[in-house]
Write a protein that binds this ligand. Structure first.
Ligand code: GLV
Ligand code: MG
Length: 345
């Protein structure tokens, strides 16, 4: 996204029928947010070839970048952005946390140098609306000084207990808010959860089938099925509600077990079904998983279109394949159709 588009072009209202009118943010696909380390020359060299293969390329400046490499990562991102045409692929960055010594320099360096190419700034460890207000004002000043003609959007990572408690006000803190991601690793630490993973489930977090009863006595020694539960259900559901309320996008964050593509797909799918629009990719193979999971299936879209057609003017109820469809199922189907159209555009 560069240069020639004006702020007016950048904002477009979504189709009639979307549950929440998204009038202030671009409806552009961002199923996989692929992280790269701009201080790593090997990774940086691959970026131009990834354009067009992924919805979002994100130059990471925060965690996973060693303190000694912070400046190199920032400069590396400027260099990559300047020499790359991103086309339909968005360029995002994750700046350092606002209480770190690097965040201010991240913004004051990046906006004048590559603000015309940066679509979204991801802000980690957001605690409350005040963090978003700070970034919003700073971006406004830097954009004005640089003469930029479109606003850089803001994405918050939900990864502290305080941020979680303030998620609704964070989502509504600025018209720049594009979305929120779950940050399961930092959030687990901040909540003092007893896990050591980056996202995903845990074999210890389970429910067990009731014991069989023999002569009215429960045999607790008998072998019983166990079912792993989703550690992130509450957090994602709450995040989705807060985002929906403010018309911005919710995302699953990172899934750290790169080798376990099956569990990754399960986590991403749960998030998709609950309302998320995308997830992070920490390895190219997670791009394919996210692109698949966060795109509605051909069957789902075909069914949704049938319901839309059958519902005519959208009022009343109809029977389709033995099931009752009404205004509420129509609205769900419109969400599906709209997503398919957005991805096809
Ligand atoms: C991501 O930043 C996380 O902490 O999970
Ligand atoms: Mg984190």
């Amino acid at each position: 996204m560069s240069g020639s588009r004006s702020a007016k072009d950048f904002f477009r209202p979504l189709a009639v029928g979307a549950p929440t009118p998204l009038t202030e943010i671009p409806a552009r696909p961002s199923r996989a947010i692929h992280f790269f380390d701009p201080s790593n020359p090997k990774m940086a060299a691959k970026v131009p070839d990834m354009v067009g293969t992924v919805d979002v390329l994100l130059g990471n400046l925060e965690d996973a970048i060693k303190a000694d490499n912070k400046v190199a990562a920032r400069e590396g991102l400027v260099e990559i952005a300047k020499k790359t045409e991103f086309g339909a692929t968005q360029l995002w960055t994750r700046i350092n946390a606002l209480d770190s010594p690097w965040a201010l320099d991240d913004l004051t360096t990046l906006v004048p140098a590559i603000g015309d190419k940066l679509d979204v700034v991801m802000v980690p460890k957001v605690q409350g609306a005040e963090d978003i207000h700070y970034v919003d004002r700073l971006l406004a000043q830097l954009e004005a000084k640089a003469g930029l003609d479109r606003p850089i959007l803001v994405h918050a990572i939900l990864e502290t207990a305080r941020g979680m408690a303030n998620v609704e006000e964070i989502c509504g803190a600025s018209p720049r808010m594009q979305g929120v991601s779950l940050g399961p690793a930092d959030l687990a630490a901040d909540r003092r959860m007893k896990t050591t993973r980056v996202g995903g489930g845990h074999p210890g977090y389970l429910v067990r089938e009731d014991p069989p009863s023999e002569n009215g006595v429960a045999n607790i020694e008998a072998t019983r099925a166990t079912f792993q539960q989703d550690l992130w259900h509450y957090t994602i559901a709450r995040m989705v509600d807060a985002c929906a309320m403010h018309g911005i996008y919710p995302y699953y964050g990172p899934f750290g077990d790169i080798a376990d593509v099956i569990a990754c797909e399960d986590q991403f799918r749960n998030a998709y079904l609950l309302g998320c629009v995308g997830a992070w990719s920490l390895h190219p193979k997670q791009i394919a998983i996210a692109n698949k999971v966060f795109s509605p299936s051909v069957e789902d879209v075909a069914h949704a279109r049938r319901v839309v057609a059958a519902m005519g003017d959208g009022t009343g109820a109809v029977m389709l394949d033995g099931k009752m469809e009404d205004d509420a199922s129509l609205k769900q189907c419109l969400v599906m159709v709209e997503l398919a159209e957005q991805l096809a555009a």
